[in-house]
Write a protein of this length. Structure first.
Length: 336
C-alpha cells in the first residue's frame, strides 16, 4: 500500500469523513455576518478552534480542509492549527485553488485558477503539516451547459493540480461540483455529472495520477433547486450510485460527497441511503462544510464563549454523519 493510499483510507475509513473548514475570508465573513458576529481573525479562529478541539474529531473526522489564513494560525493552547488537528487524530488538509473565474469564451461558465506558482505553495503547505489538498471545479447546468469547453478545461486543471500534489507527497481531493442551482431534473444532473466525472478521470490518467492516492469529492445526483420535481431520497441514492459505478475507476479508494446546498438533515439522510444501497467497493463518506457547521455556528453566535455547548452541537452532527457513512443512521437516533 502506498503512503498516499494509506492517508486516503485513514481520512475516510471506519465511517470517518471530512470537515470542510476552508471558507475564504470573504465567505466566512458572510457566514459570521449572518449570525451577527464580527468577522475578525480572532473570531474566525475561535469558532474553528472550537470545532477542531471537539471530541468527535477523534472518531468522526478523518480530515479537515483548511484555508490559507487558518493553516498559519496558532491556537489558544499555543499549538499550530495543523498540530492541534493531528493531535486529535485527524489529518490537516488545505484548499489550494484561488477560486473560480469567468471562463474566457463562455460568459456564464467558470474555470478554477491557481496553477501558477502551485508547486512552490504546495512545498510550503507540506512543511506546515498538510497531508492532503483540495481543488474545486464548478459546472452549471443550463440548456447548453456545461459546455465541452468547461468540462475539458476544468478536468485538465484538476488533473494538473492532482499530479503536482502527488509529486509533493500529499493526497489530492478532486472536486468536480455540478451545481444544484437551476430548474434541471435529476436525470439532467445524472447525465451531466457522469460526463464531467468521466472526463476528469480521462485527464487524471493522462497526467499519470495514481488513482489509489486520491479522494473524489462529487455532488450527489439531485434535481435543481428550482425544479418542480424535487428528488426523493430513493432517487438520489439510486442515480448517485449508478453514476459513480459507471464513471469512477475501481482503484479510487473513496468518495466524499459535498453537501452542495442541502440542509443538514437532507445531507445526512441521503448519505445514509446511499450507503445502505452501496454494492460497490468504494467507501462513500462526507466532506461537508455548512452541513456540519451550521447548527454549531448558530448556537455559538449566541455566546461565543460557550465552547462546550457549541462542541456538543457539532459532535451530534458529526456523529450523525459518521453513522450515515456506515448506513446506520435513522430519524429516531437523530432526534435523541
Amino acid at each position: 500500500m502506498s503512503e498516499l493510499n494509506k492517508i486516503a483510507l485513514e481520512i475516510l475509513g471506519n465511517g470517518k469523513g471530512i470537515l470542510a473548514a476552508d471558507e475564504s475570508t470573504g465567505t466566512m465573513t458572510k457566514r459570521l455576518d449572518g449570525v451577527n458576529v464580527p468577522s475578525t481573525p480572532e473570531n474566525r479562529l475561535l469558532f474553528r478552534e472550537t470545532l477542531f478541539s471537539s471530541s468527535s474529531m477523534s472518531n468522526c473526522i478523518g480530515g479537515v480542509i483548511l484555508y490559507d489564513e487558518t493553516i498559519k494560525q496558532i491556537s489558544s493552547k499555543k499549538k499550530k492549527i495543523p498540530e492541534l488537528i493531528a493531535d486529535m487524530g485527524s489529518h490537516p488538509g488545505i484548499k489550494v485553488d484561488t477560486g473560480a473565474k469567468v471562463l474566457a469564451g463562455s460568459s456564464k461558465e467558470k474555470i478554477t485558477e491557481g496553477l501558477d506558482g502551485l508547486r512552490v505553495r504546495l512545498k510550503e503547505y507540506y512543511k506546515l503539516g498538510a497531508k492532503f489538498t483540495k481543488w474545486r471545479g464548478v459546472y452549471n447546468i443550463a440548456k447548453d451547459n456545461p459546455s465541452k469547453l468547461s468540462i475539458h478545461s476544468n478536468a485538465h486543471a484538476l488533473a494538473r493540480y492532482s499530479a503536482l500534489v502527488q509529486e509533493s507527497n500529499m493526497v489530492p481531493i478532486v472536486e468536480p461540483e455540478v451545481l444544484m442551482e437551476g430548474d434541471h431534473s435529476a436525470k439532467d444532473c445524472y447525465q451531466k455529472t457522469s460526463e464531467v466525472i468521466k472526463k476528469c478521470f480521462e485527464e487524471l490518467i493522462l497526467h499519470k495520477v495514481d488513482l489509489k492516492g486520491i479522494i473524489l469529492k462529487p455532488n450527489m445526483i439531485l434535481a435543481g433547486d428550482k425544479s418542480k420535481n424535487k428528488s426523493s431520497n430513493e432517487e438520489v441514492s439510486e442515480l448517485t450510485l449508478k453514476c459513480l459505478k459507471n464513471s469512477v475507476p475501481s482503484e479510487v479508494p473513496g468518495i466524499a460527497f459535498l453537501s452542495g446546498g442541502q440542509s443538514e438533515i437532507e445531507a445526512t439522510e441521503n448519505l445514509n441511503l446511499i450507503n445502505k444501497n452501496n454494492t460497490t467497493n468504494f467507501i462513500m463518506s462526507y466532506s461537508y462544510g455548512r452541513a456540519l457547521q451550521q447548527s454549531a455556528l448558530k448556537f455559538w453566535s449566541k455566546n461565543i464563549k460557550d465552547i462546550e455547548g457549541t462542541q456538543k452541537v457539532f459532535n451530534h452532527r458529526a456523529n450523525m454523519n459518521t453513522l450515515a457513512a456506515q448506513g446506520k443512521w435513522s430519524k429516531e437516533i437523530e432526534s435523541h
